[in-house]
Design a protein around this ligand. Structure first.
Ligand code: ADP
Ligand code: VHF
Length: 384
């Protein structure tokens, strides 16, 4: 995606933004022994309230639930098993919101907890619900504080990290900017702990990151995705037209003022993809795959057609209808991802058959596509 703006213009967009999504990581909110760092929460609320008072709508995506549950539950470290993680998040989330509520109330602002699941952004009806509720909260002047609903999320159905969730929320709400706050002041070209690592001030094209050592979570061990998910988040947001700044929580005020801190990822200028397409492309993994013959690859990639049973030659994996699956060519390259309309076990019987034949022999419900074009996104390999 092209971008012709200058560094100063990009920063000015942040300074003048009318609606900003701010994401803050666990490492910036909790102490090493697994408790909430009250001072950091107060500092963050001060900065955001200042900006709110200047008329900007603020949506906060806050991590830290699980990290904040570690101390109160008497755990020695971040738990490894899912059930204890869910329990810790449940304990920590309540405490986190209590602290935010108090800190924002000090500025006359109402904090509002919003817990989202993958389904809330994926499915059409829930998606509209989520957007309507968030918009209403902004209308009444509240500060929505979003987190993933960790207590009910399992490995199979979760965003997994709030960096990408924040980008999807920025897209959902058509935000003017996304601010990612971490414990590191910028993206560096190498692990920032290494001598000689240099700050990257501006990223205009994904190719600007060629050769950059984008590493995983920091030493504290409470963050989840490290720089990988932050860079991915910035990619999702900028593809959706939302400029993104990555910096430390300590630099939040300067970043919001448009100062040249952290790393700025400039927004693309292409057509905005749907949240569903963004989600499919960036936040899901295929639960299996279907292999397409060359004609079907052409139809899907070049003509943006739905995938019909006639073009499928093979099925792999054990998915059920509604799951994301990879669409591969006969050389095994993934060309697209989509939400499948059949269980894996049903497809062999349908492969190579025309929809008309299927409807006549098996009934009208078999006239449906394997993947409908609205539920399908091309992946970069196909677009090259
Ligand atoms: N190239 C890089 N530039 C900056 N930080 C990096 C890089 N590679 C890895 N990191 C690490 O990523 C960490 C931030 O990720 P994480 O711990 O998940 O934070 P958060 O809890 O804020 O989401 C930093 O503390 C840093 O050690
Ligand atoms: N939803 C999880 C946070 C997941 C996450 O992305 O954490 P982080 O990498 O610290 O932003 C929690 O509140 O514990």
């Amino acid at each position: 995606m092209q971008n012709a703006s200058s560094p100063a213009q990009d920063r000015a967009e942040l300074a003048g933004a009318g609606r900003i999504v701010v994401k803050v990581g666990s490492s910036s909110l909790t102490t090493p022994d697994g408790h909430i760092d009250r001072e950091r929460i107060r500092d963050l609320a001060d900065v955001l309230a200042e900006r709110r008072a200047a008329g900007t709508e603020i949506v906060l995506v806050s991590s830290g639930a699980m990290a904040a549950g570690i101390g109160p539950m008497g755990l020695p470290a971040r738990p490894r098993d899912l059930a204890t993680q869910q329990a810790a998040a449940s304990v920590g989330q309540g405490l986190l919101i209590a602290h935010y509520t108090r800190a924002f109330a000090g500025h006359g602002l109402t904090a509002a907890q919003v817990l989202l699941t993958v389904e809330d952004l994926m499915r059409r009806v829930q998606h509209r619900n989520a957007r309507r509720a968030l918009r209403r909260l902004l209308d009444i002047g509240a500060v929505p504080i979003i987190n993933e609903n960790d207590t009910v999320a399992t490995h199979e159905i979760r965003f997994g990290d709030n960096d990408r969730l924040a980008a999807l929320v920025a897209h959902l709400l058509r935000a003017d900017a996304l601010l990612l706050l971490s414990d590191v002041d910028a993206l560096y070209d190498d692990d920032p702990a290494r001598p000689g690592a240099r700050r990257i001030a501006r990223v205009v094209d994904p190719r600007d990151l060629d050769g950059v050592a984008v590493g995983s979570a920091g030493r504290r061990g409470v963050g989840t995705g490290g720089m990988v998910t932050k860079v991915e988040s910035a990619r999702i947001a900028t593809e959706a037209g939302v400029p993104t700044v990555l910096t430390s929580a300590a630099n939040a005020r300067a970043a919001l003022a448009g100062e040249q801190v952290g790393t700025l990822f400039a927004a693309g200028t292409g057509r905005r993809p749907s949240t569903r397409q963004l989600w499919l492309a960036h936040a899901t993994a295929g639960r299996g795959s279907v292999v397409l013959d060359p004609g079907a690859v052409r139809a899907v990639v070049r003509e943006h057609a739905s995938l019909l049973p006639a073009g499928v030659v093979k099925v792999e994996g054990d998915f059920t209808a509604g799951d994301p699956v990879d669409l591969c060519d006969e050389d095994g390259r993934v060309v697209a991802r989509g939400l499948v309309n059949y269980d894996a076990a049903e497809i062999p019987e349908l492969m190579g058959r025309s929809t008309r034949w299927l409807a006549r022999e098996l009934g009208p419900e078999y006239e449906r596509e394997i993947v409908h074009r609205d539920d399908l996104v091309l992946l970069s390999a196909a677009e090259r």
